[in-house]
Design a protein around this ligand. Structure first.
Ligand code: ZN
Ligand code: ZN
Ligand code: ZN
Ligand code: ZN
Length: 242
């Protein structure tokens, strides 16, 4: 992915709600999602912009940029010499260690990405990175799903599903039949009845650690937002937490 820039003396025309024409020595930034930002020396705000337009076209000699989104159009016309460049760019995130290729890894939202080889690892919700390293060379993350698990970023090394299943498969009884709950992946991890489809009981495994039993009979979890029952709708757990 790349960010393109145009720098120099330009006329900038906007139609639509903010319609006007300005001229100045500006820096035009065109992001990979086509968002166009025109910056001058004043303040931090762009002097003109169009967010994720439907189309952006750039023609050279003479240089014209036309971006349009519905009824709004942003046109940039070079008046004299301008510098046009294309820069290799990545998303930015918190540095979290090194990739197996030696490149820097950063955490951006719910993923860890390598800035060099573009490898990308999804993280389960509530995960935090650790200082420890897997034998494969990647850093490990920590996540709570009933207990605390420390796992490699690469599914090929460690699987959260396997780790949680090993510990909690058949640990909890189904509240609606005499079956037991199994750990399954349905987007996130759920504890679902082994008698499915005869019994469709299932609960998302909370982002927390086991902390005793709820009055309803299910397991309680200590989470960042307080104590809760495996059944997120259980009224007994609310009474307990209060
Ligand atoms: Zn890499
Ligand atoms: Zn590994
Ligand atoms: Zn059941
Ligand atoms: Zn309960």
């Amino acid at each position: 992915m790349s960010i393109r820039t145009i720098a120099g003396d330009c006329l900038v025309h906007t139609d639509g709600r903010r319609g006007r024409t300005v001229r100045g020595r500006v820096l035009v930034v065109i992001k990979p999602d086509n968002t166009v930002l025109v910056h001058d020396v004043d303040g931090y705000q762009p002097v003109a912009w169009l967010t994720r337009p439907d189309s952006v076209s750039i023609t050279r000699d003479p240089l014209w940029l036309v971006a349009s989104e519905g009824a709004e159009t942003l046109r940039v016309e070079a008046v004299g010499e301008v510098a046009i460049a294309e820069h290799d760019a990545t998303e930015a995130g918190t540095p979290v260690g090194s990739c197996r290729c030696g490149g820097p890894l950063v955490r951006s939202g719910s993923a860890v990405v390598c800035l060099d080889c573009a490898e990308r690892f999804g993280l389960p919700s509530g995960a935090s990175m650790t200082d420890s390293t897997c034998d494969c060379g990647l850093p490990r993350f920590r996540v709570e799903r009933g207990g605390e698990f420390e796992l490699c970023l690469d599914y090929a090394c460690d699987s959260l599903l396997d780790a949680v299943s090993d510990r909690f498969d058949h640990e909890w009884d189904c509240p609606n039949c005499d079956g037991e709950l199994r750990i399954l992946r349905r987007g996130g991890l759920i504890a679902g009845c082994e008698r499915y489809p005869d019994c469709d009981t299932g609960f998302a495994v909370p982002d927390g650690t086991v902390a005793g039993s709820c009055e309803c009979g299910l397991t309680l979890f200590e989470t960042a937002s307080g104590t809760r029952c495996l059944d997120g709708t259980c009224p007994d757990a609310d009474a307990d937490a209060a």
